[in-house]
Design a protein around this ligand. Sequence first.
Ligand code: 5GP
Ligand code: ZN
Length: 112
Amino acid sequence: MLNNDCLFCKIIKGEIPSAKVYEDDMMLVFKDIEPKAKVHLLAVPKTHFALLSEAGEEGGKYLAHIFAKIPDVARENGCENGYRLVINQGTDAGQTVRHLHVHILGGQPLEW
Ligand code: 5GP
Ligand code: ZN
């Protein structure tokens, strides 16, 4: 289920443009608008939940699919030498978009 008030749901629906690099029936991967590394992609499930604590079994299926696909998507988009995955959860982590997303960062050596 998608949410009419959510930025990433609007991107999934195509109501807001994005630079897509991979899409299937369960997930979308697009370029972050404000990249924090040479390669900075966002992988999002095509169902709306903000936090891991809200995912449940159903959300978990989407996450399993996303993590199964990330290695190929990362390699095909300039992360041959490795990459970092980040999932910000809530205010203290600085989560700004309340639709769960996996940051894929790479294309260069990363500072911790
Ligand atoms: P968070 O801080 O919630 O973990 O990450 C949200 C990310 O979404 C940020 O890195 C931010 O640059 C990115 N972002 C915010 N708005 C947009 C947008 O409209 N399009 C794209 N492609 N990325 C966005
Ligand atoms: Zn959403």
